[in-house]
Design a protein around this ligand. Structure first.
Ligand code: FNR
Length: 194
């Protein structure tokens, strides 16, 4: 059966450019043989991580359900806006919460939803560089979490104009790069699947 790939954008803004690009990643991943699960981080709300909250109330419901979706996946594609050269606090908060063990589910101990899975990173920006700088940070963070981040990456500049009315990337060179990234991610996810 097909490797499952979670796709998520690092912004939950209604008109988020990263969400439009994340949606444009679905078809290339499906064409590469993936079963795609598009995660909207707004559907998994969590307060800013604080250890007291965790001790007093455990993991937020939105995090437990996000952990379940990540645990069911073989790979992760993150589409990143760039905030001051790095990842968004929304994404970091979700990644941090999901790295915490769920005492109600011993199998899903800290980091278990990430380790040994495939990952790929895409940057987006209304500017020219396409979030090139965030890619280094997010690659490092996912690697720290034990994910195997594939070398293929894509920085999509002028992201407001990057996606056409058909929901696909307009630029043929970018489309080809995304197709290659999608295939590499699916192949790696399949290879790493236990
Ligand atoms: C930005 N923006 C931005 N853009 C960029 O290319 N490099 C950067 O370092 C930053 N830094 C930054 C910091 C903060 C706090 C904000 C709010 C914004 C602009 C950013 O790319 C733009 O707002 C995008 O539209 C945000 O992504 P979404 O929400 O459209 O996906």
């Amino acid at each position: 059966n097909s490797p499952r790939i979670v796709v998520m954008a690092g912004s939950s803004r209604r008109e988020a450019l990263s969400r439009k690009v994340a949606a444009a990643c679905i078809a290339p991943l499906a064409a590469a043989g993936a079963d795609v699960d598009l995660v909207e981080l707004a559907d998994h709300p969590a307060p800013l991580y604080n250890g007291d909250l965790e001790v007093e109330s455990g993991l937020p419901e939105g995090i437990v359900s996000l952990q379940q979706r990540l645990a069911a996946a073989d790979g992760l594609l993150v589409v990143n806006p760039e905030y001051n050269g790095s990842i968004t606090p929304l994404l970091k908060n979700a990644l941090d919460w999901c790295s915490r063990p769920n005492p109600a589910d011993r199998a899903r101990s800290g980091g278990a939803v990430y380790a040994g899975r495939a990952a790929a990173v895409v940057g987006t920006s209304p500017g020219a560089l396409g979030g090139m700088r965030v890619l280094f940070h997010v690659r490092d963070i996912l690697g720290y979490l034990g994910m195997q981040v594939i070398p293929q990456q894509l920085a999509i500049g002028k992201a407001g104009e990057a996606v056409g009315d058909d929901g696909c990337l307009r630029d043929p060179a970018q489309r080809e790069a995304l197709d290659k990234l999608a295939q590499a991610l699916v192949d790696t996810a399949r290879r790493l699947r236990r």
